[in-house]
Design a protein around this ligand. Structure first.
Ligand code: DGY
Length: 312
């Protein structure tokens, strides 16, 4: 009998057949009764494949006595209880490097779309508003300052792209990174008040929950634009809505939300907000590479080799 892999996430037909060579794959992504399926296989489950938004709770881990590895199809791992994984000696892997450029590109798409009113402009043409006058003016990127919150894999790629757009790059994070010459701030409000644009690229989870609150938005100011490709939890969403409604910031480009896939109606109704359905890494090429990295991590573990991208 093959050991069981619980697939919360569908890793495509090619990924699935690779996994099926080694495991009985329980396809929770198709299941009408995931709880029942987990219970039915619980003693044989050795691996989990999941992704963003699929919470791997202490309760799930407790119910799987032989679980060895959780491989998430995402760079973020805020949906996995790492403390419980460590306590149970369960390995956790993610897919960091292969999606960094893609996610940075999504950040740049949102930055350009929001600043230059691309989505609003498209609609302006389609509904015939151009016939009655010009679209209101956008905002320049060159020579403006962008503050990056979290200069990790993705943040540093955003920084590089912003340099090509002739922007002045500064950053905030838990510590200064000596390999970069960008100006570092250890105070987010101080950085926001020096910035025209704020781009969030930090991890989600407890450490960053509500980091961008009303004070940070006020510091960014009435001409400022917020871009979030990190996690919805990093921003106090109701404060963001108020700041946009009251003109305390100028606009926002958002790929992530507090309660995905639900997006507040107030945000949907605003012209100065560009909304994406959490597609940071969503291209065929990058998703294929992520899927392969998930499989390579799982196989490395069961072949007794080093994990490629280990979280714990
Ligand atoms: C991830 O993989 O965690 C990100 O959400 C990509 O957008």
């Amino acid at each position: 009998m093959k050991p069981v892999l619980l697939a919360f996430h569908y890793n495509g037909p090619a990924g699935l057949s690779q996994l099926e060579e080694r495991f009985e794959v329980v396809k929770l992504f198709h299941s009408k009764d995931p709880e029942g399926d987990i219970q039915a296989h619980k003693d044989n489950v050795v691996a989990i494949n999941c992704t963003v938004g699929q919470a791997i709770t202490p309760k799930i881990m407790e119910s799987l006595p032989n679980l060895e590895i959780i491989a998430t199809f995402s760079v973020g791992f805020d949906h996995i209880d790492l403390e419980k994984a460590k306590e149970r000696d369960v390995r956790v892997t993610n897919t960091p490097s292969v999606l960094a450029s893609e996610t940075a590109d999504t950040g740049m798409s949102l930055l350009l779309a929001t600043a230059k009113r691309v989505v609003e402009g498209d609609m302006y043409v389609r509904v015939g508003k151009w016939l009655n006058g010009e679209l209101p003016l956008g905002t320049t990127l060159a020579n403006k300052t962008i503050g990056i919150v979290g200069l990790g894999d993705i943040g540093s790629k955003v920084a590089k792209r912003c340099e090509a757009f002739e922007m002045n790059v500064v950053y905030y994070g838990p510590r200064e990174k000596s390999q970069y010459s960008y100006k570092y701030y250890d105070d987010l409000i101080a950085m926001a008040s020096d910035c025209d644009y704020l781009m969030l690229t930090c991890p989600g989870g407890e450490a960053t929950a509500g980091l961008v609150d009303g004070h940070v938005l006020d510091a960014l100011g009435s001409n400022g634009i917020l871009i979030n490709i990190a996690r919805g939890s990093v921003v106090d969403e109701s404060e963001l809505i108020k700041a946009l409604q009251e003109g305390r910031i100028s606009g926002a480009g958002l790929d992530v939300f507090a309660n995905e896939p639900h997006v507040p109606a107030e945000l949907i109704s605003m012209d100065n907000v560009v909304l994406l359905p959490h597609i940071g890494s969503a291209t065929k090429e990058t998703r294929t590479a992520m899927g392969q990295l998930v499989i390579d991590n799982i196989l490395a573990h069961f072949d007794g080799k080093d994990l490629l991208t280990k979280v714990v």
